[in-house]
Design a binder for this molecule. Sequence first.
Ligand code: SF4
Length: 412
Amino acid sequence: MIVNKPLVRKHTHEVIVGWNGHEVKVGGGNPVVVQSMTNTDTADALNTALQVKALYLAGSEVVRITVNNEEAAKAVPYIREQLDKMRIPVPLVGDFHYNGHLLLQKFPDCARSLSKYRINPGNVGSARSRDDNYASMIEMAIQHDKPVRIGVNWGSLDQSLLARMMDENAQLADPLPPEQLMYQALIESALSSAYKAIELGLPENKILLSCKVSQVQDLIAVYRELSKRSPFPLHLGLTEAGMGSKGIVASTAALAVLLQEGIGDTIRISLTPEPNGDRTKEVIVAQEILQSMGLRAFTPQVIACPGCGRTTSTVFQELAQQIQNYLRDQMPVWKNQFSGVEEMKVAVMGCVVNGPGESKHADIGISLPGTGEAPSAPVFLDGKRVTTLKGERIAEEFQAIVQRYVEQRYVK
Ligand code: SF4
């Protein structure tokens, strides 16, 4: 018997990010949270606020901004204020490296305006100052009652920890191979930093972890082990995933394996945008991964065939794209008006071979005529053929049918 078993999530603590009425719950069995990061200069508060707004409207539930210098730290409260004026209640995470301890202390309004701090234990100062600087950041988190993500990255792993582990490894009768040592060092850095934060007084339900690497198999191996050893919610992401389809495919390959094993409480897709490219793409990819895996539903899905020699016109591709854009554009309004509309499936098919069959399985479907077929497009609602569209206005008429269907079927 073929059994499609429901996915069982690994248990982790619940961490609340945000403020009263606008909390985002991460871990503890809550739905996997989508997050993203800006690439504006944070000191440019207005442009950063506008990009945060765009990411939020695209579906990012938490947005991270870099806080890399005093100008950026001064801009953070203003960014928060702008977002509040625009009614964008998204929690902001401050990404700190090297000088976070100084910035958080010197700019308390920045520390207060952020909803979470990301601390990279490999980048908190020299060997001599590291412990003090780290402790100072944790103390700021305690003072301002903020959660932290202890975010370890292979590119900035704590070098003194790695050196110590290499020395110890060299003394072993059966030393670990280099890649195993790398995995262990990443995990050791994240976990030891988390337990140090607890010793310093940060409650354990204020801690999330990540251990990012840039290779798919490495990421899977590291997170499998980290998940076994960590009660903290895990932030998943393939770091430096790359550009275009390579970045999307590599991120999906890595995250899908881990999510399928119940590992991961929040995800970020790190795509290198094209120059002047749309930053919101990383949010859409994150949503599509979760929705394709049946973990969450964000927007109605369009099922479209790839097309082949049976459909030589571009009408079908254009209609599929148009319907997909239309559904996504409607969602900000629809999600407040129509209950469950994000689960809807719309089939747009290219010919009679699979068109009627796939259309019947969807909530709404249209089977366009392939080459040599009669110029008519049967439309199916809930598996039944209800009408046939013809002529130049098929796209507009089909869109109107979709709108009517949503109003009747998903009304709250
Ligand atoms: Fe080709 Fe028709 Fe199949 Fe689409 S449904 S891929 S047009 S055979």
